[in-house]
Design a protein around this ligand. Structure first.
Ligand SMILES: C[S@@+](CC[C@H](N)C(=O)[O-])C[C@H]1O[C@@H](n2cnc3c(N)ncnc32)[C@H](O)[C@@H]1O
Length: 296
């Protein structure tokens, strides 16, 4: 029997570490349903969606695509559906919104949380893999994926599939964070770099996905590619940031990058900075949009 392990925490040190993932991949969002506790992952998506800085950068991206009134829009990797709920407002009563996700738990949660948003039959959520979309070619005016490219095995196949189901002259939009663009204040910068870089290198195949989005759209055959950068910022250690840093500390211990004591020392450094009003945390988010070719 394994000795009980304590999850390093910023405030509550008594929270026990969760049981190990049963997924084949260290990235939990690649196979949400194979995780020991999918509901915890899905709840964190809702926490993120409610965080004001995140809500602002997501809506800024939707304006950038742009999503117009009357559009028929597909969101790939919709999770619990916060973006579907934004989309239904943007497309208005004549538009339609469809979300797909490869997680049954996410689809179930999205259907529940989207109930009452829009008119009946205006919003649908389906179980599907983004690399094999169950839609006819040219079906949608705009197709988007927000913080999904980072998690898929073949981002180019996903982007090509999104382009296929988008009408000629329609828009394909991708938004992703870039883990090479995380800035956080901490007295021990070497330890901070060791933990942040060490964890993302082990979890994600492409931790710097944000900066790759424009070339991905071009490789998928899209034209008129535009890019907009937005920044998630937090100077107060809001719940989403706190969970992000605690999760990094937990994984750094699991991957034996640092000892549990070092991880806790790292987290204590943030607690002290917050108390001193000197905490700064930012992540760059890149939005890229391309246009599908019009037929000759
Ligand atoms: C980080 S979440 C983002 C959810 C949502 N877009 C948001 O921003 O709140 C990534 C989502 O992509 C889904 N996903 C991962 N790989 C996928 C794939 N190949 N096809 C469809 N969905 C996928 C996951 O199940 C998860 O719900």
């Amino acid at each position: 029997m394994r000795a009980p392990v304590r999850r390093p925490g910023l405030t509550d040190r008594s929270t026990p570490i969760r049981s190990r993932s049963v997924s084949r991949y260290p990235d939990p969002y690649r196979e949400v349903d194979a995780q020991a506790d999918p509901s915890k992952l899905l709840e964190s998506l809702e926490v993120r969606a409610r965080t004001p800085s995140h809500a602002r950068l997501r809506r800024r991206f939707l304006r950038f695509v742009p999503i117009r009134r009357g559009d028929d829009v597909l969101e790939v990797g919709c999770g619990t559906g916060p973006i579907l709920r934004d989309l239904i407002t943007l497309v208005g009563p004549r538009g339609r919104v469809v979300g797909v996700d490869n997680s049954r738990n996410a689809v179930r949660a999205a259907r529940l949380l989207c109930q009452g948003h829009g008119r009946p039959h205006q919003l649908a959520v389906r179980l599907a893999d983004g690399g094999r979309l169950p839609f006819a070619a040219g079906r949608f005016d705009a197709t988007i994926a927000i913080t999904v490219v980072l998690h898929v095995a073949d981002p180019l196949a996903l982007t090509r599939e999104m382009a296929r189901v988008t009408r000629p002259g329609g828009r394909v939009g991708l938004q992703d964070q870039d883990f090479g663009a995380v800035v956080v204040s901490h007295p021990d910068r070497v330890l901070t770099e060791r933990i942040l870089r060490g964890v993302v290198d082990r979890v994600y195949e492409e931790p710097f996905s944000g900066r790759r989005l424009p070339s991905l759209l071009r490789e998928a055959g899209l034209t008129d590619v535009r890019v907009r950068t937005s920044v998630y910022e937090d100077a107060r250690l809001v719940p989403w940031t706190k969970n992000f840093l605690e999760r990094r500390a937990e994984l750094a211990v699991r991957f034996e990058i640092v000892s549990p004591g070092e991880a806790q020392h790292w987290l204590d450094g943030f607690t002290a900075l917050v108390a001193a009003g000197a905490f700064v945390f930012t992540i760059n988010y890149y939005g890229a949009v391309g246009v599908t070719a019009t037929r000759a």
